[in-house]
Design a protein around this ligand. Structure first.
Ligand SMILES: [Fe+2]
Length: 142
């Protein structure tokens, strides 16, 4: 069901947001100011989407998840306590951003099949945003 997939989308967005914020705090290296700012732009964009996903879930007359344990159970994003070097952090975020895109695409296909135009429209916007994040993350890794 679309609403179940949207809960996974919300959990993925929250977990990806938290990972990017975690790296924003702990990243190190000669390009620290750029990485620190880049990660802030990234986590702010992803965090802003979490609220809209929760409100879309409410629009479908279901309660939105909002606890760490529930997000952890739902998410496809890998969580890790370690503080790796800067390039590993960016590589991890690129992988997680790809996972987020797969989750979004599944939700989009379901919204499209169920003629939920408004939800499909927001999912399209988020797919475009995460494709842009993917381009930036890939460019840093080259
Ligand atoms: Fe900060």
């Amino acid at each position: 069901m679309l609403v179940d997939q949207l809960k996974i989308v919300q959990a993925d967005a929250f977990t990806l947001y938290l990972k990017a914020h975690f790296y924003h705090w702990n990243i190190e290296g000669p390009n620290f100011p750029q990485y620190h700012d880049f990660l802030q732009n990234f986590y702010e964009d992803v965090f802003a989407s979490v609220d809209t996903f929760a409100e879309l879930i409410r629009t479908l007359d279901t309660y939105a998840p909002g606890t760490l344990s529930r997000f952890k159970a739902l998410t496809t994003i890998d969580e890790s306590d370690t503080v790796p070097d800067a390039m590993t952090m960016i590589g991890n975020l690129q992988n997680e951003n790809n996972s987020m895109l797969i989750t979004l695409l599944k939700a989009y296909e379901m919204a499209d099949a169920e003629t939920e135009i408004g939800i499909a429209n927001f999912l399209q916007d988020r797919i475009q945003s995460h494709e842009k994040h993917g381009w930036m993350l890939r460019s840093i890794l080259k």
